[in-house]
Design a protein around this ligand. Structure first.
Ligand code: SF4
Length: 106
C-alpha cells in the first residue's frame, strides 16, 4: 500500500486524490489518508504530492512507521475525497515543519 506521511499535516494539497484510479483517499480536517485495503499500489499519487508526503509502504521512513496505523485507522472514520480542492492558505508555511504530528486533528 501507499501511505500518507507527516508532511501532509496542515498542507493538505489534494492533487493526489485527482489521480487515484480507485478513489481511496479519505479527508480529515488537516490531513489526508489512504485506505490500505483499497490502494492498488499503482504509484500514480506519489509524484503528484507537492510536499512529498506520500510513500510506498516499503519506503516509509523509520520515524514515520506509525503513519501506517494512522492511515488505516482514519480511513475507516473519515469521508472519501475524490476531487481536488483549494489548499489551506498557509499550506506553504507548513511544508517541512518538524513534529507536525502533534498538529494532526483526528
Ligand atoms: Fe490510489 Fe494508486 Fe496512490 Fe494507491 S498508489 S492511493 S491506488 S493513486
Amino acid at each position: 500500500t501507499f501511505v500518507v506521511g507527516e508532511n501532509c499535516i496542515n498542507c493538505k494539497h489534494t492533487d493526489c486524490v485527482e489521480v487515484c484510479p480507485v478513489d481511496c483517499f479519505y479527508e480529515g480536517p488537516n490531513f489526508l489518508v489512504i485506505h490500505p485495503d483499497e490502494c492498488i499500489d499503482c504509484a500514480l499519487c506519489e509524484p503528484e504530492c507537492p510536499v512529498n508526503a506520500i510513500f510506498s509502504e516499503d519506503e516509509l521512513p523509520d520515524d514515520q512507521q506509525d503513519f501506517l496505523e494512522i492511515n488505516a485507522e482514519l480511513a475507516e472514520k473519515w469521508p472519501n475525497i475524490t476531487e481536488m480542492k483549494d489548499s489551506p492558505d498557509d499550506a506553504d508555511e507548513w511544508d517541512g515543519v518538524a513534529n507536525k504530528r502533534e498538529k494532526l486533528v483526528k
